[in-house]
Design a protein around this ligand. Structure first.
Ligand code: SF4
Length: 164
C-alpha cells in the first residue's frame, strides 16, 4: 500500500494530468520547459525521504550517472535537481512540482495563480482549480503523521547525495 505522501503525490500528478488533458491547447507545459524550476524550494523531510528512498532503488549505474550530473554546476537560480532543463528526480519530485502550471487557487486571497504562458485567452473553469491551501494542509498532515515535518532545501538535500 502507498504511504500517505506517495498517495498525495500521485493525486497531485493525477490532478495535473486531468487538467492538461482538458486544456492541452491552452497549456504550454512540455518536456524541456523548466520555467517553474528556476527556484530553490524547501520541502518537508517526508518528501526528502521519498527522494532518498527512490534513489536507493535505482541501479548502481543510474546512481553513478545522477551523482555525476549533480556535480556539474546548474544554472544560476535554478533548482539544484534541474539538469539540462529536465527534472533529474522526476519520479520522486515533490508535490508542489507536480502542480506547477495548473490553476492553483489561494482561497484566503481569492487569487488564482498559474504559469503566465498558460490560459492566455481565459481562466479555466472553476471546477478545475486546485485549492492550494487545502493541498498544503494535506501535505502538512502527511508530514506530521510520519514524524518528518522539518524542512530541508533541495540544495541541501542534493549535497547529502554528493557527500555519501
Ligand atoms: S524538483 Fe524537479 S520539478 Fe521540482 S523544481 Fe526541481 S527540477 Fe523542477
Amino acid at each position: 500500500m502507498n504511504k500517505p505522501i506517495e498517495s498525495l503525490q500521485e493525486n497531485a500528478s493525477g490532478f495535473f494530468d486531468k487538467v492538461y488533458q482538458k486544456y492541452s491547447s491552452q497549456m504550454k507545459c512540455s518536456k524541456g520547459c523548466s520555467k517553474c524550476c528556476m527556484t530553490d524550494i524547501s520541502i518537508f523531510e517526508v518528501e526528502a525521504q521519498r527522494i532518498r528512498d527512490w534513489f536507493k532503488i535505482l541501479s548502481v549505474d543510474q546512481q553513478k550517472n545522477l551523482i555525476e550530473n549533480w556535480t556539474t554546476p546548474n544554472p544560476v537560480g535554478a533548482c539544484h535537481f534541474l539538469i539540462n532543463d529536465r527534472c533529474s528526480i522526476y519520479e520522486a519530485r515533490p508535490v508542489i512540482c507536480r502542480t506547477q502550471g495548473a490553476p492553483l487557487f489561494i482561497k484566503s486571497e481569492n487569487l488564482l495563480d498559474y504559469c503566465p504562458l498558460n490560459f492566455e485567452s481565459e481562466d479555466p473553469d472553476k471546477a478545475d482549480w486546485l485549492n492550494l491551501e487545502r493541498l498544503n494542509t494535506l501535505l502538512s498532515f502527511a508530514a506530521k503523521t510520519s514524524g518528518l515535518e522539518k524542512r530541508i532545501s533541495l540544495k541541501k538535500l542534493k549535497k547529502e547525495f554528493l557527500v555519501n
